[in-house]
Design a protein around this ligand. Structure first.
Ligand SMILES: [Zn+2]
Length: 490
């Protein structure tokens, strides 16, 4: 067997002011064919798992480009077209092949392309013809468009949020692909449109039990090859935005359709109950200061660079300063200009500095003060599960008893190693502030005395009922109360 694999991924918050071009991919991950590192990035596990499977099988794996940019705003048109065409040219040169196995995200929007993954998959299909297996692993924070379903044989999405399972799901993807190529199964996709948009953390109920049940069905029902909840991505203003239930069966389209509907309606029936309880900055800081022990982790959950925001909001920090909190560390505030100034000043210098809140309205005010530059690191990195996440040149500064990490490559706060990389001992602090909606949970819950989910300012469109969408459909919950009701003609 000859199998082609490649990855092209980012998550586009169409409301974000941080538009990106090729440099953003190069800053996060750009690997030319064969140059992908041994450890996978979020959306590139099909390549690393593929190397293992191909070696075991004695098959030929032809690697194309792997490119991943951290979530941001609109992707430059030329950047998308160049990366897409680079991969398509590699695929063309690799023909004839038996399968195309891709790592995608599913929520990339480029200037002029509302559905980049649909565009890429359709071009792949046109190139390889109807007989070649085309499949992909994707992030559930994505848009499952009709165009994508029509172009591919099957998809596997991560089940966990935080996405701790991207390697396991790549293994699922390859298992089904191998079974297909060896003639044991014929994957067929059935999709149910849940007509909703919500946030579904699997680190808590009721989503935890729902995902456990999906895995149980996968284990016990031989007709079911894979089940995925496509959460949808509410910050992507595209026409097919929304939550979908995907069932991949072994040639049982009718059974798949019924199961997708049953599971999708069950998911819908608990709408509005999945999110973590959110408190404002005032409450979060008061509660953290009053806590008997630390570290209390305050998640500045909606200023999450992992959701495409700048990650430079200062609302929580302003509150900490106002309350005279000490023994506190904030990681991170994105401000390349301030980092440049700190780098010029050098470690140990005390300087006047303005930083933060430059990207967008609703992110607070820039902070002014005399800061001490404690530690400077070029190309700083933190861990994220089995992979490494860069956060760029970074400065650890101290302002009125608060340690703050300023960074240049926007990155959400995945792991406490973010702090240790900057000479801050996270376990010894009373309060830690992180920029992450939920990915921080897997690692920070191990050291936290308490976790507070804080909704501070308005850096992210987190209330779909109020978000001024221009393209997304409005016939879904919570824009309307009951889209599956009798008048809606499901
Ligand atoms: Zn995601």
């Amino acid at each position: 067997m000859r199998i082609f694999t490649a990855a092209l991924a980012t998550e586009t918050n169409t409301f974000s002011p941080i538009c990106i071009d090729r440099r953003a991919f190069e800053a996060s991950l750009y690997a030319s064919p064969g140059k992908h590192p041994e450890t996978p990035t979020l959306c590139t596990a099909p390549i690393t798992v593929g190397r293992r499977v191909a070696a075991e099988k004695g098959w030929i794996l032809i690697e194309g480009t792997a490119a991943w940019a951290d979530p941001a705003g609109l992707v430059n048109r030329r950047t998308y077209e160049d990366l897409r065409d680079e991969i398509l040219d590699q695929l063309r040169a690799a023909l004839p092949i038996d399968a195309v196995i891709l790592g995608l995200h599913g929520a990339m929007v480029a200037d002029g392309y509302e559905d980049t993954e649909g565009d890429l998959l359709q071009r792949v299909r046109e190139l390889v013809g109807p007989e070649v297996l085309v499949c992909a692993e994707l992030d559930p924070h994505s848009h499952l468009t009709n165009r994508r379903v029509a172009a591919a044989d099957f998809f596997v999405f991560f089940k966990e949020f935080p996405h701790t399972d991207f390697v396991e799901r790549a293994e699922d993807l390859w298992r089904v692909a191998v079974d297909t190529l060896e003639g044991r199964v014929t994957p067929v996709m059935s999709v149910f449109d849940c007509r909703m948009i919500d946030v579904f953390p699997t680190s808590r109920e009721p989503m935890r039990s729902f995902v456990d049940r999906l895995m149980q069905i996968e284990r016990h029902d031989a007709d079911v090859l894979s089940l995925s909840v496509v959460h949808g991505f509410m910050a992507g203003d595209v026409t097919e935005m929304g939550t979908k239930m995907l069932v991949v069966t072994n040639g049982k389209a009718e059974k798949g359709k019924a199961l997708a509907r049953e599971l999708g309606l069950e998911l819908f029936s608990r709408r509005g109950t999945y999110r973590m309880p959110e408190i404002d900055a005032h409450q979060a800081v008061a509660q953290a200061i009053a806590a008997p022990s630390g570290p209390v982790v305050i998640a500045d959950m909606w200023d999450n660079p992992g959701g495409g925001t700048a990650g430079d909001a200062t609302v929580v920090l302003e509150e900490l300063l106002a309350r005279k909190a000490t023994d506190t560390a904030v990681g991170t505030i994105w401000d390349p200009m301030a980092v440049q100034i700190c780098m010029a000043a050098g470690e140990g210098a005390e300087i006047p500095l303005r930083f933060g809140a430059k990207s967008a309205p609703g992110t607070g005010r820039p902070i002014d003060g005399i800061v001490k530059v404690i530690k400077l690191v070029r190309n700083a990195e933190m861990r994220f599960g089995e992979s490494i996440a860069p956060f760029g040149d970074a400065a650890h500064i101290r302002l009125r008893g608060i340690d703050i990490i300023l960074n240049t490559t926007r990155a959400q706060s995945f792991d406490p190693s973010l702090f240790s990389a900057m000479d801050i001992d996270p376990g010894s602090k009373k309060i830690l502030v992180v920029k992450s909606t939920n990915h921080f949970y897997a690692s920070f819950s191990k050291i936290a005395s308490e976790i507070l989910y804080c909704s501070a300012g308005t850096p992210y469109p987190n209330d779909p009922a109020k978000t001024p969408y221009r393209r997304a459909r409005r016939d879904i919950w919570p824009m309307i109360a009951d889209p599956h009701g009798p008048d809606q003609g499901v």
